[in-house]
Write a protein that binds this ligand. Structure first.
Ligand code: SF4
Ligand code: SF4
Length: 384
């Protein structure tokens, strides 16, 4: 028994319980108010399919893909709901459903370019120009900084990667990167149900990391963080995976970075992959609180609301995706914050589509504060 059938008992439990606790926090359901688009309805659809009571129709396909896999429904339920939805997508593709047009090209792009965005490999290490970061070579570096496709090949996100690397350098961490050879972690493939292609990529990636003798991967992308963490654990590769926010928060706590706190009101948006799905909530808050006045949105940490960018929703259902972003930005603005800080390239780009509030990357925000202080200190030094 594999795939969707594996979850039959869970689907029956949901059918028997029908408590609907998952409705309250589901951003898609709250926006659409369509019963088949929350987990209770989706679980019923899946059960009907595997019992042979339902056929695959456009509405069934919509129920599978109109979900950000944000994990909010897992917060209110003991069932593995996001795993059900991922398996549901895989089931549909295996039963002859064509991938959604916007998702179909992901595997081709990863195969040809090493990233899902049809960008040349040469774009991959543009962000690191002038930073003197060594390319990881077998046995030479224990720590690998893993940039992730999206920030690396998107010009206006390059600065956040440079900020992460500069902060690691400032803190005296020795690390390398894979440069143009850095592979895609496969997160997007996995989330749109293209499991076979993902598992093939995952195996190749583990081989590459092992050949380099890497002991620790520090990544700047929450999607890479949860994906690589699971991949190395599954392979028993003995490699630790952390997110850059965890590394830098420790440096802040240890007093290795000279920072001065401003009174700016700032709110923090938890990326689903880092927070609810990755369990990293406090470290980004340590960083924000070190340089600004952190104000929380009502839905924070486990209850954080998805920005609407995840799991292929942004490309396949742009109107719904934008609606979720607008709701999250409205929640942020209601706190009186002037800036939303986050640490995910998808959340950053998505929240920026809604005008009226500044959106900043966590590490860039911290670096700006520390550079400002460095400048202030050197000016004071000259004045003395
Ligand atoms: S998914 Fe969980 S919370 Fe939602 S109706 Fe089913 S059992 Fe209840
Ligand atoms: S993963 Fe998020 S969007 Fe999908 S059903 Fe659960 S709460 Fe709703």
């Amino acid at each position: 028994m594999s795939g969707l059938e594996e979850f039959k008992d869970e689907l029956e439990t949901c059918f028997g319980t029908s408590c609907g606790f998952c409705e309250k926090g589901c951003p898609v359901y709250q926006s659409m108010k369509v019963k088949t688009l929350c987990m209770k309805g989706r679980n019923r659809t899946m059960l009907g399919l595997i019992q042979g009571k339902f056929e695959i129709t456009p509405a069934v396909v919509q129920a599978a893909f109109e979900c950000t896999l944000c994990g909010n429904c897992d917060r209110w339920c003991s069932l593995k709901n996001t795993e059900h939805t991922r398996a549901f997508r895989e089931y549909l593709l295996k039963h002859g459903v064509e991938p959604i047009k916007e998702h179909a090209s992901i595997a081709t792009s990863i195969r040809n370019y090493g990233n899902p965005w049809f960008q040349p490999r040469s774009a991959r290490n543009r962000w690191s120009k002038g930073l003197n970061i060594p390319k990881a070579a077998p046995g030479q570096q224990e720590v690998l900084f893993f940039a992730g496709c999206t920030s690396a090949v998107t010009k206006n996100l390059n600065r956040s990667l440079a900020a992460s690397a500069k902060l690691l350098q400032k803190a005296g961490v020795k690390f390398g990167t894979m440069g143009q050879d850095e592979p895609c972690c496969g997160s997007t493939l996995q989330r749109v149900g293209q499991t076979e292609a993902f598992e093939e990529l995952e195996k190749e990636n583990i081989k590459k990391f092992k050949a380099l003798g890497i002991k620790k991967i520090v990544t700047a992308c929450p999607g890479c963080y949860t994906t690589l963490k699971k991949s190395v654990e599954k392979a028993g590769a003995g490699i630790e995976v952390t997110h850059i926010a965890q590394e830098i928060a420790q440096q802040v706590k240890d007093g290795n970075l000279k920072l001065k706190k401003s009174s700016e009101r700032v709110t923090y948006h938890d990326p689903c992959h880092l927070g609810r799905l990755g369990g990293v909530f406090e470290e980004p808050r340590v960083i924000v609180s070190a340089v600004a006045n952190l104000v929380e949105m009502p839905n924070n940490r486990y209850e954080s609301r998805c920005c609407g960018a995840g799991a292929g929703l942004q490309s396949a259902f742009p109107k719904l995706s934008h609606d979720l972003a607008a709701k999250r930005v409205a929640e942020a603005k209601a706190t009186g914050a002037t800036t939303i800080v986050t640490c995910c390239p998808f959340c950053e780009t998505q929240l920026r589509t809604v005008p009226g509030v500044k959106v900043a990357d966590l590490l860039e925000f911290l670096l700006d504060a520390s550079e400002l202080n460095d400048r202030n200190n050197s000016q004071k030094g000259r004045a003395n």
